[in-house]
Design a protein around this ligand. Structure first.
Ligand SMILES: NC(=O)c1ccc[n+]([C@@H]2O[C@H](COP(=O)([O-])OP(=O)(O)OC[C@H]3O[C@@H](n4cnc5c(N)ncnc54)[C@H](O)[C@@H]3O)[C@@H](O)[C@H]2O)c1
Length: 331
């Protein structure tokens, strides 16, 4: 049993928390919001019950540095998942806050962990993103299938914070005795409302279709193609990487991939199950962010080093997610 701190309990944390409790770990969940106001409340309570959530909940604004360092010093976690962040669309609206939450608090977590004087290096997992990539100068797109090692030239403040987080993590691992691990997630889908990312167009389509809506408006073009992953795969990936023996890791941050449907592919997968489903494509500022991202990730090092293997494709995810969202096929 390990002592595990999950900071930022939103779309990912609300499924990660119950999965870690299920494994028998001692888990503390920290977020600036009370649990019932987080996007993941329904998912969390389904996973660990209302009492289970409240017992483990710690109200914490990560920008309150004494409170953040105090919690880490008091708890002395073996493993910390730092998931508090502003995502790409929200970050673009307030780039200064995005930098402070995503970068400065990550640095605080790293330096506080490094000073604990723990016998074994404290483990720290901070997800990165496909948003860490961007087109080379003079080009408009990143390579269709982007490898782990490729120039990182993001165009959004969110992407910039992700690259800096990766670099700080490598530094903390090399110089400060923190066992940092990161993974570049695709857009993620589950029943928790997403937290303001540019991949949210897909989540919007699933939520609308499951609610019985016949039409929905999304903010991208139909040919928009980015990598996606179903949350059960993402939770398995993050835990597998966190638990992988250090000797197996050839780098600190890994691409992980599962599927790369276009927006139109997702609409067609939904229409095949729920019947006529009219998607109106009205691109906004998020289209440029989406266009700058890889269409697919090459995740060969994750597969080789720690055995990463996705289990969910578009068809399987669509069947399962519609059911999880409460959609009932008509008789
Ligand atoms: N969801 C995705 O599709 C996706 C894809 C790639 C990478 N990621 C990364 O995974 C991590 C978690 O993402 P998520 O989707 O769960 O995000 P989310 O927005 O759903 O959840 C983030 C949580 O952080 C909390 N938070 C924000 N500011 C805070 C503050 N000042 N103090 C304390 N808590 C604060 C929010 O209340 C929220 O509950 C992020 O680092 C994100 O960049 C997510």
């Amino acid at each position: 049993m390990a002592r595990i701190l999950v900071i930022g309990v939103g779309q990912i944390g609300s499924e990660l928390g119950p999965a870690l409790v299920e494994q028998g770990h001692e888990v503390v969940l920290a977020d600036r919001l009370p649990p019932e106001e987080t996007a993941g409340w329904d998912v969390l309570t389904k996973g660990m019950g209302e009492d289970g959530v409240r017992r483990r909940w710690h109200r914490l604004d990560v920008l309150d540095t004494p409170a953040l360092t105090g919690l880490i010093r008091e708890m002395r976690p073996d493993t910390t998942y730092h998931l508090a962040a502003l995502l790409s669309a929200t970050g673009e609206k307030d780039p200064d806050l995005c930098w402070r939450v995503n970068v400065e608090t990550t640095r605080t977590v790293m330096s506080t962990l490094s000073k604990l004087g723990a016998a074994t290096a404290p483990r720290l997992i901070v997800p990165s993103s496909i948003a860490a990539f961007g087109p080379l100068p003079g080009q408009t797109e990143t390579p269709a299938v982007t490898p782990d090692l490729y120039p990182m030239l993001p165009t959004s403040m969110y992407g910039i914070t992700k690259v800096v987080g990766e670099l700080l993590g490598a530094y903390a691992a090399a110089k400060q005795g923190v066992d940092f691990r990161g993974l570049r997630f695709p857009g993620l889908l589950n029943t928790a409302p997403p937290g303001g990312g540019s991949s949210d167009f897909a989540n919007l389509m699933y939520f609308a279709a499951a609610a019985g809506q016949r039409e929905v408006e999304v903010f991208c073009r139909p040919d928009t193609t980015i990598p996606f992953m179903y949350m059960p795969d993402a939770i398995r990936a993050i835990i597998e990487l966190a638990e992988a023996p250090a000797a197996r890791l050839s780098r600190r941050t890994y691409n992980v991939a599962a599927m790369s449907p276009s927006a139109a592919d997702i609409a067609a997968a939904l229409a095949a199950r729920v019947g006529p489903f009219d998607v109106r494509y009205v691109p906004d500022f998020r289209q440029a962010i989406l266009d700058s991202w890889p269409r697919a990730l090459d995740d060969a090092p994750a597969r080789t080093d720690w055995g990463w293997q996705p289990r969910w494709d578009l068809a399987g995810m669509t069947d399962d997610l519609l059911a999880q969202l409460g959609w009932v096929p008509r008789a």
